[in-house]
Design a protein around this ligand. Structure first.
Ligand code: AKG
Ligand code: FE2
Length: 231
């Protein structure tokens, strides 16, 4: 798999300003199709979740089992180091003690030592009328602060509707919505739980949630990459 070059200066600046950054064309259409094709390979997954059954919205997702498929493993380990740099800067701004090592393997060792040893990368599938409730992907005490979702289907061709949505809950203020327009193969980077925002009296912390608006028609697949593992 070949990753297109990523403008990390732009991505960090967008994350700081809006709490979201798009990595345009991270995957090509053939790579997207190959990852969608994994959905049918049941043996690749450790768990299948029906969102309606849990009150999470409507649609399905499947958590990959270890060993992760090669492109998923490659994305997870290649994207971690620049994200760890941003995460460490944010931790400092927020007065958090935790710091993130340079290599993903070292961070996973920390998760695994705390009993968080199940892989969290997932494939999501939405059909007509499906949606994903605003949520946070927390699976234990260890939370790597940034994650990404890659849109694998073609908006306007494979599906209509189904916009990626973020909400930012500001202390003592109303929440701010952010809708992220994605094309096939684009990734959106976003905070798992919180991010620093500069206010009149220094930095403060806002809570973030993400979800997906209702699909009007068609079929939409996403690959989610989360860097902490699950209990
Ligand atoms: O389908 C999407 O765009 C959102 C997926 C999601 O919730 C995730 O990757 O954690
Ligand atoms: Fe999620």
């Amino acid at each position: 798999m070949s990753l297109s070059p990523i403008d990390w200066t732009q991505a960090a600046s967008d994350l700081d300003s809006y709490g979201a950054a798009v990595l345009p064309g991270l995957l090509g259409s053939a790579e997207c199709a190959a990852i969608i094709g994994l959905w049918e390979e049941e043996g690749r997954f450790r768990k299948h979740v029906s969102m309606a059954r849990h009150g999470y919205g409507s649609g399905d997702y499947r958590y990959f089992a270890y060993e992760l498929p090669a492109p998923v493993q490659a994305l997870r380990s290649a994207l971690y180091p620049p994200l760890a740099t941003i995460a460490n800067r944010w931790a400092e701004l927020l007065g958090r003690e935790e710091r993130y090592p340079e290599a993903h393997g070292d961070y996973l060792a920390r998760c695994h030592a705390a009993g968080q040893a199940r892989p969290t990368p997932l494939l999501l599938r939405y059909g007509p009328g499906d949606w994903n409730a605003l949520h946070q992907d927390l699976y234990g005490e260890h939370v790597f602060p940034l994650q990404l979702a890659i849109l694998l289907s073609r908006p306007g061709e494979d599906f209509e509707g189904g916009e990626f949505v973020l909400s930012e809950q500001r202390p003592r203020q109303q929440s701010r919505p952010e809708v992220v327009a994605l094309g096939q193969g684009d990734a959106v980077l976003f905070p798992v739980r919180e991010r620093p925002v500069r206010g009149p009296r220094g930095w403060s912390r806002v809570q973030m949630r993400h979800g997906v608006s209702r699909l009007r028609s068609g079929s939409r697949f996403t690959l989610g990459i989360i860097f902490h593992d699950a209990l």
